[in-house]
Ligand binder design. Structure first.
Ligand code: KG4
Ligand code: ZN
Length: 340
């Protein structure tokens, strides 16, 4: 089955062509980062307008790159939620219009379902597995028993990991988004220079919290205001990253043990983080688990990641109709029961 996938939940407009839910023929991503960076975060109204401007161009590029014409398409997959409502509506309306005019079925997919199934386009893990989804909006641990069969084991009680990275970057004057910049800077600093807290590490549950860590960084920055040189800046980045990575890896491995799972998928924008990748590699053999990371192009928001669930739902005849609306909030646990 040849399907076109469309993603527009936040600040990336993306389209991809996927064959049989496994072969990626194209994956075009138009980022709006330059538009939002001067505001220090995503401006929802601007995001919607930029999606409207970009969506046809991005879809045409994805088709062209794949060497496919619209009349060859057999289905469409689109992100239905969660995300910014105006941004989601651009992708969903486009997908509905294309599916209707081409008379092909539509699958309306959960954004996080795309993220955690992205490794299936490269090095597919067998089910069941544990998924750590870490992005700008999510820090969730899911048990995944199959496509459409998800159970949330834990989640952040406040900031998402990516959000904490972005806020700390802002405090340090490193711009927006800051995850990749802190990651790079951390490579030049000492991870043990500052003893930042490891929130929730000793709690028995699998929830996370990053707002206290963020405040600890803020207090440190304010204490030494005006006297932070380049090395100290790198030390702050490295020490902050060490705290985040320690909490994410330890909690994930404890959850895998508690659930008796030997496979772990790490997905979402923060899965690009070199410290996180390195630490999981170090710990995985000791804990007897295999860790799957999507390649960086499939970690951040992109449409190709929707291809696996969209293909599955289309093949099983679970089609969305004209009444499918965008959902700003949507829990992954109920996607199967939600019907589309
Ligand atoms: O998955 P994503 O592209 O969008 C959302 O669905 O949120 O994730 C974006 C987040 C941002 O917060 C960004 O700062 C973070 O991922 N990020 C990173 C790295 N690259 C992107 N965080 C830490 N280290 C990185 N290398
Ligand atoms: Zn995302």
């Amino acid at each position: 089955m040849l399907i076109l996938c469309i993603e527009s939940s936040c600040d990336e407009t993306s389209a991809a062509v996927i064959r049989d839910g496994s072969e990626m023929l194209s994956n075009v991503v138009a980022s709006q980062v330059d538009v939002h960076s001067r505001f220090g975060g995503v401006v929802p109204e601007l995001a919607s307008r930029k999606h409207v401007e970009a969506i046809s161009v991005v879809i045409n590029s994805a088709l062209q790159e794949a060497g496919v014409t619209v009349d060859q398409l057999e289905g469409i997959g689109v992100t239905r939620g969660p995300g910014l409502i105006g941004a989601l509506l651009v992708g969903l309306s486009t997908a509905k219009a294309m599916a209707w005019s081409l008379d092909i079925p539509l699958a309306a997919v959960h954004h996080m379902e795309g993220h955690i199934l992205a490794p299936m386009l490269e090095d597919p893990p067998d089910f069941p597995f544990l998924a750590l989804a870490v992005s700008g909006g999510h820090t969730h641990l899911y048990r995944v028993d199959g496509i459409g069969r998800y159970k949330t084991l834990g989640q952040t009680l406040d900031d998402a990991a990516g959000e904490a990275y972005d806020k700390v970057a802002k405090m340090l004057g490193l711009g927006y988004p800051g995850g990749a910049v802190i990651d790079q800077l951390a490579g030049q600093g000492r991870p043990d220079a500052i003893d930042f807290p490891r929130p929730m590490l000793h709690k028995k549950n699998f929830d996370f919290s990053f707002s206290g860590l963020k405040t600890a960084v803020l207090q440190h920055v304010e204490k030494y205001k005006g006297a932070i040189d380049e090395q100290q800046l790198a030390d702050i980045a490295a020490s902050f990253q060490a705290a985040v990575v320690e909490v994410l890896t330890r909690k994930t491995l404890s959850a895998a043990k508690a659930e008796g799972l030997q496979r772990v998928v790490v997905a979402g924008g923060v899965a690009c983080n070199s410290g996180l990748r390195g630490r999981f590699k170090e710990l995985s053999s000791k804990h007897g688990v295999k860790v799957f990371f999507p390649s960086p192009a499939l970690c951040g928001d992109n449409a190709a990641m929707l291809g696996v669930p969209a293909n599955y739902y289309l093949e099983m005849g679970r089609h969305a109709d004209d009444s499918a609306n965008a959902l700003a909030n949507w829990t992954l646990d109920t996607v199967a029961a939600d019907g589309i």
